[in-house]
Design a protein around this ligand. Structure first.
Ligand code: GLV
Ligand code: MN
Length: 193
């Protein structure tokens, strides 16, 4: 859903300041600007969520500048969860490369659409909707996801709400979640940056 390009390409000059539609174009371009090896590197999933994401977006692969798309490599340990998040600037399509993954998204009416899918199967997440994935297989799982934006952005709900800098006041969060300071402080302690 990015704007249409006005030239064949415009490899981003990341040292320059981005403007409304991405980065200024780099003046000297070569073949290597249009290739990126970063989606095949094995990721370390030993973290609390059991998930790791390697993005191929304009910031890691500047050849994508103005082209309106990007991809991620997402790897899961057994039981790993990619927590609920949304991409404000893109619809997401993904394919399972390995394993069995419970994939779900939520409509703005709070209906959950979900399914367990396996290697070779694809899913889609409409732009901006909250979604998550959970590795339900016995072994590792891996997805390749793609976005119709060079920089889809990701609002990850738990860290947005409980790990922001500065913090959202407890008065807001206790009322929002109909709970008390102890519960909110416990969550904040887990997401503090
Ligand atoms: C998965 O949801 C991803 O954003 O790569
Ligand atoms: Mn996503």
């Amino acid at each position: 859903s990015d704007s249409d390009p006005l030239q064949d390409f415009c490899v981003g000059d990341l040292k320059a300041s981005p403007s409304l539609n991405g980065f200024p174009c780099k003046s000297s371009v070569s073949a290597s600007d249009f290739f990126f090896s970063g989606l095949g590197i094995p990721l370390n999933t030993s973290n609390r969520n059991g998930v790791a994401v390697a993005p191929a977006n304009v910031l890691t692969f500047p050849g994508l500048n103005t082209l309106g798309l990007s991809m991620n490599n997402v790897e899961f340990a057994p039981g790993g969860v990619n927590p609920p998040h949304s991409h404000p600037r893109a619809t997401e399509a993904g394919v399972v490369i390995e394993g069995s993954v419970f994939v779900g998204f939520l409509t703005t009416n709070n209906t959950l659409f979900s399914k367990v899918i396996h290697a070779g199967e694809m899913f889609v997440v409409p732009r901006g909707l909250v979604h998550f994935q959970w590795n339900v297989g016995k072994g590792k799982a891996r997805l390749i996801t793609s976005f119709n934006s060079q920089l889809p952005g990701s609002a990850v709900l738990p860290s947005t709400l409980f790990g922001s800098m500065p913090e959202i006041p407890n008065a807001v969060l206790t009322k929002t979640f109909r709970t008390d300071d102890a519960a909110v402080n416990n969550l904040k302690s887990k997401f503090a940056v």
